[in-house]
Write a protein that binds this ligand. Structure first.
Ligand code: NAD
Length: 474
């Protein structure tokens, strides 16, 4: 059995280890989930809502242990508390939405009023969830909760980089007997994920494009649906006449949240030539007011990298950019201090699309800024990417910025702010464009419907067609 060590992002020490679930363990867990799912679905939506509501209470009761473990996993405390709050919010929000989304009324055929039909929603029995390390808890459950409400059981494999939260979380699940076998967490790395893919009935994956492609291929081999939530390289476009201070604050906040380790972080900025220099100056001024968070609750604004290899990726991108003529305005040095890997807010100018920094996902606190001289050029640059997760446009007013937003090839565009899609959760839908994902909207209450198949039950309440219908004669 493989033992996996986990590094603490604040100390650099490998201070935690766990045994990875092997193929036999995965297969056994999925078989148990398949059995538990029958009752979970048969007992109906009210039962599922009640069980999940009890779980929300158990999560609250065990909040300290869960958030402490998550803080050890990720090196940040406030966001760990936000993650737990978000999962509780998902439970209540999706539970409220589920009755309407899952309603199955009888209808009549439009061309034959004798025929009545009902579309019944049949969940995939076991949905596998594979999640990344940047928001270990939220991304393990953002899709699992709608799947559970749909009537599926879930088997979740969180990232091996951030495993500590799994034990206290499992204890909260154990507090609710109705969830036995319905929610299963399995620890492991790629091999455990592959084993999961070979047995579940549908898969939701959040992670990199490279792994997402492997998941999609493996799922296609088995003809199971794969819902992929992948990487991004979100652009922000700042048009002439924008409020420079507002744009700088919003872009910096997005680029630095979770030390930039966010799929929809703003990772490249295009600014109208007329305000480029003033914008960069303001961005640098604001960046210099931010400081490292060296311990929980110290008021600092950003932590170390969660996953040390990410620091190497960001360093290589910065070196590539500088070698090709970019200039670092603030920050720029990835350094290890007492085992933790840090990068201070880094603003880079004189960048172009020959640089990895402008085309590859960075996942660090870096804001590269490029000037443009026409809106056509800005639209071309914003869309010159394999990604299409989301983006932002700043302009003198909603109308002007909104017009430009319609030219952006992305699943969500915030206008005169960034990351507004985060608050959209149950209210609206968005899909990822291009390589940023596939498989319907994770946002909006209809995401519950990603986890069902549709079976039509059709009754003829009138006479049946005679055998003469078979006759060739007219
Ligand atoms: P990753 O692709 O390396 O790993 C993600 C998960 O896949 C992990 O649990 C890992 O163990 C598992 N895995 C790796 N290889 C596998 C295989 N061959 N078969 C099955 N499972 C396998 O991603 P990461 O580095 O953990 O996370 C960062 C990435 O996630 C970034 O690209 C980021 O943009 C993306 N992300 C996307 C979203 C979104 O909502 N679109 C949200 C957060 C993160």
């Amino acid at each position: 059995m493989a033992v996996i060590q986990a590094r603490n992002p604040r100390t650099g020490k490998q201070d935690y280890e766990f045994v990875a679930a092997d193929a036999g363990t995965v297969s056994h867990a999925v078989a148990n989930a398949r059995t538990a799912q029958r009752d979970w679905y048969r007992k109906g939506l009210d039962h599922r809502v009640q069980a999940l509501t009890s779980w929300a209470k158990a999560l609250e009761a065990r909040a300290d242990a869960i958030t402490a473990a998550l803080a050890d996993d990720t090196g940040r405390t406030r966001i760990s508390r936000e993650e737990l709050g978000a999962v509780i919010h998902f439970i209540h929000g999706y539970s409220d939405a589920a009755p309407e989304v899952l309603a199955q009324p009888f209808r009549k055929f439009s061309n034959n009023s004798d025929v009545v039909f009902k579309t019944t929603l049949i969940p995939y029995p076991v949905v596998g969830v594979i999640s990344p390390w940047n928001f270990p808890l939220v991304l393990s459950f953002i899709d699992a909760i709608p799947a559970l409400l749909a009537g599926a059981a879930v088997v979740i494999k969180p990232s091996e980089v951030t495993p500590r939260f799994v034990v206290p979380l499992q204890e909260s699940i154990n507090d609710v007997p109705e969830l036995k076998g319905v929610i299963t967490l399995l620890q492991g790395a790629a091999e455990t994920g592959q084993a999961l893919l070979s047995t579940v009935d549908a898969i939701v994956f959040t992670g990199s494009v490279a792994t997402g492609r492997k998941i999609a291929v493996a799922a296609a081999e088995r003809f199971i649906p794969a819902f992929l939530e992948l990487g991004g390289k979100d652009p922000a476009v700042v048009l002439a006449g924008s409020d420079i201070e507002r744009a700088a604050t919003s872009i910096l906040r997005s680029a630095l949240y979770n030390t930039g380790q966010v799929c929809y972080a703003i990772e490249r900025v295009y600014v109208d030539d007329s305000i480029h220099d003033a914008f960069v100056q303001e961005l640098a001024r604001q960046a210099q007011t931010l400081r490292r968070s060296l311990s929980a609750g110290d008021g600092g604004h950003y932590g170390p990298f969660i996953h040390a290899p990410q620091g190497d990726i960001v360093r290589a991108q910065l070196q590539d950019a500088v070698a090709k003529g970019a200039r670092v305005v603030t920050g720029g040095t990835v350094e290890t201090v007492d085992g933790a890997v840090w990068l201070d807010p880094t603003i880079v100018v004189d960048v172009n699309h020959s640089m990895d920094l402008m085309t590859q996902e960075t996942f660090g606190p870096v804001v590269p800024v490029m000037r443009f001289t026409s809106e056509d050029e800005a639209a071309h640059l914003a869309n010159d990417t394999i990604y299409g997760l989301s983006g932002a446009v700043f302009g003198p007013d909603t109308h002007t910025a909104g017009d430009f937003a319609t030219r952006m090839e992305a699943g969500g565009v915030s206008i005169n702010d960034t990351e507004l899609q985060r608050g959209m959760m149950f209210d609206g839908e968005k899909t990822a464009f291009k390589f940023s994902g596939m498989g319907g909207s994770r946002y909006g209450s209809t995401s519950i419907l990603r986890y069902v198949r549709k079976r039509a039950l059709i009754a003829n309440e009138g006479g049946i067609k005679p055998l003469d219908e078979l006759s060739e004669s007219v």
